[in-house]
Design a binder for this molecule. Sequence first.
Ligand code: PHE
Length: 468
Amino acid sequence: MATASSPAISASVLPLERHEHWSSRLLFILAAAGSAVGLGNIWKFPYIAGEHGGGAFVLIYLVCIALIGVPVMMAEVLIGRRGGQSPIHSVRILAAKENRAAFWQIVGWIGCVGSFLILSFYSVIAGWALIYVSYAFNGVFDTLASDSAKDAQSIGNLFSGLLAAPGTLVTAHTLFIIMTVMIVARGVKAGLEQAVRIMMPGLLLLLIILVGYSALATGKFGQAVAFLFQVDFSALNWRGVLVALGHAFFSLSLGLGVMVAYGSYLPRHISIAKASVTVSILDTFVALLAGLAIFPVVFAHGLEPAAGPGLIFVTLPIAFGDMPGGLIVGTLFFILLVLAALTSAISLLEPTVEYLTEHRGIKRLWATLGAGMVVWLLGIASALAFNLWSGFTVLGNNIFDALDFLTANIMLPLGGLLVALFAGWVMSRSSIQEELEMGNTVGFRLWRFVLRYITPVGVMIVFLYNLT
Ligand code: PHE
């Protein structure tokens, strides 16, 4: 890591007056968990676990969360709190303090580009959830799922009909981007802090109700538990390991500087280690609950676990159509899914807006509108990838799949790798120790060892195996 040129600290990297701070430890945890818990947990985790054979994939995913995710999250938050600015500038200022090259701000730039790309397709999926709110509310699932012999098929047709309607997809995507832009433009605090307070407990409660339904009403709970937790390594290849690693970053919102930005609002006295562990446990818990809610329905109705991105949209409506009170539970569920997506979407836009306002002098409203516009345009390509542009492929994938692969499986692990190298090798041990406030405990030494050696080597190995 010998990039030891001595860049002069230019005026633009001098510490700003520190930002506002989160109102409390709980609100930081809720906001960070709001960013982490999103479509990744409820929409993506079950379908990729299904595509990669279940148990072994889940195990590798959990190992990646514990060994790579948690340490990298601590590193991001501590970089943010110490730098006190947008990700690009926090890294720049910390690198300058250690007399290292400005090269490291590349971490922030990968984050800007990556978060735009992710938000562009994320918004299209959130758009599906928005449309499903209206389906659920209008009793569409009740009608379609009334004939149990045909329910799975007609619910499946409902979904494929939606994918074939470019106008509807683009409209829903547009609505979701407008919602995101409106919140970010106003400033995060008032709207966001309030929203996460209600959303997180509400989402948890509904997921538990769904798991209850799956456990009691489908008769396939045992099969689902076996599918998710019985480890069979023959069902997993190196591509699956890469997807598990990429998803650990995706699900915890790592590798893009999101947690650096959120860390920059973190008051001093809060323990970074405890907060990171809490957020990671919450995030993992929600993903596992989603799996336990969905797979019993999949097996009970002879559906395909590897059905791909439509999995929750073709399984949960069957449960809602079947259960008493399904209209209310279904409507609430999709509303909460949209909200969960919204608190993640906001976190994807915030670091770039923070950068544009603080360092480019652009007014918050214009910065948000401009960024939102770019993301909206990019997102149209993902919406059309399911219909008009489905013939357009990159290395055999449609635009949506290609963007998903590029961001989650390449950009995020790469961003995370750079964060680990930066915190592990560039920042001095003393400044890190001061920030983590853990002293020279075993925990601290273990964390630093993992960050310096295990994380980088682990990511490199997975990358290399996927190149060959
Ligand atoms: N963690 C979010 C989810 O699971 C997605 C996300 C990724 C948000 C990266 C911010 C940064 O849905």
